[in-house]
Design a protein around this ligand. Structure first.
Ligand SMILES: Cc1cc2nc3c(=O)[nH]c(=O)nc-3n(C[C@H](O)[C@H](O)[C@H](O)COP(=O)(O)OP(=O)(O)OC[C@H]3O[C@@H](n4cnc5c(N)ncnc54)[C@H](O)[C@@H]3O)c2cc1C
Length: 262
């Protein structure tokens, strides 16, 4: 079985700040991590590798420093890592990102399953997985919370809904997007870390390597534009009215009268 895992290196968004003057994200000094859902995607692939035998290829589009995220994922047990990095990819929206990933998948060749995370914690759109499936013209199942069966030509999975789940069967090759309920990602072993950082290779692919239409890459190939980014202002803290219910109602009534709400 051949599995591709798409993963994105993201800033640890708990620590991200927006420059109020330029409206751009301040990336300097912000630690980067593997997008959390993508670790669930990788763990699912690793479990299939252990159960059925599989080769796992990692694919990421990003700046050269995304090499670190790929090595971390190699340390967890993936077999091959490809970094798509080129000035021509800069400024890509989700459509251009998924087009670029699709071109790379076509170059990789035959595969059975592509795993993506449901959503990246920085861009937050949850669009790249579904768009990638569309570019490749293959079935997709999003929000996968449990894998029930993987057979020669199909998968059966539980797909999370707001108030429950549904069981979905899809033909291979298929694209699945993982949610965190799917599993608990493993930690890399000490041996895995040494091998990934000292011995294994991360392949670097450019626009030339993947081919396709250069007009569909990066900013040129992006139909959406970011007009403005800003950090929402913190809301004022609420007021807790103490006392019995009757006393609290009295105080609240006085406050509302004073503000001419009543
Ligand atoms: C006009 C415009 C310009 C932009 N310019 C830039 C820019 O210059 N630099 C920049 O960093 N961002 C830029 N972005 C943001 C960029 O488009 C998104 O970060 C990217 O397309 C992924 O979208 P997302 O974060 O919403 O991912 P989601 O759709 O939420 O991600 C879902 C899943 O798709 C996979 N995935 C997503 N992105 C990647 C990736 N890069 N590689 C591999 N797998 C992936 C992962 O499995 C992930 O869990 C720009 C966006 C717009 C609209």
């Amino acid at each position: 079985m051949k599995i591709i895992v798409c993963l994105k290196q993201v800033p640890n968004t708990n620590e991200v700040k927006i420059d109020s003057k330029t409206g751009t994200m301040i990336r300097e000094g912000v630690p980067s991590i593997i997008n959390p859902d993508d670790k669930n995607a990788l763990e699912a692939a690793l479990q299939l590798k252990e159960e059925k035998g599989a080769s796992i290829t990692l694919l990421t589009m990003g700046p050269p420093q995304a090499d670190y995220a790929l090595r971390e994922a190699l340390a967890m047990g993936a077999d091959r890592a490809i970094l798509l990095t080129d000035r021509a990819f800069a400024g890509a929206d989700t459509w251009a990102t998924s087009y670029t990933l699709a071109q790379a998948v076509k170059k990789i060749g035959q595969f059975d399953i592509i795993f993506c995370g449901r959503q990246a914690i920085d861009g937050d759109t949850a669009q790249v997985g579904p768009e990638l499936a569309e570019h490749l013209d293959i079935p997709q199942v999003t929000y996968v919370k449990k894998i029930l069966a993987v057979e020669k030509d199909k998968v059966v999975v539980e797909r999370a809904l707001e108030d429950g789940y549904e069981v979905v069967e899809a033909q291979l090759p298929v694209l699945l997007t993982a949610v965190k309920e799917l599993n608990t990602p493993r930690y890399p072993s000490a041996y895995g870390i040494v091998a990934a950082f000292d011995e294994k290779e991360v392949e670097t692919w450019t626009a030339e390597t993947i081919g396709g239409n250069p007009e569909k890459l990066g900013l040129k190939g992006s139909p959406t534009q970011v007009k403005r980014s800003f950090a929402p202002k913190a809301k004022e803290a609420g007021v807790i009215i103490k006392g019995t219910a009757k006393e609290a109602v009295q105080v609240l009534r006085q406050e509302l009268l004073a503000k001419h709400v009543l």
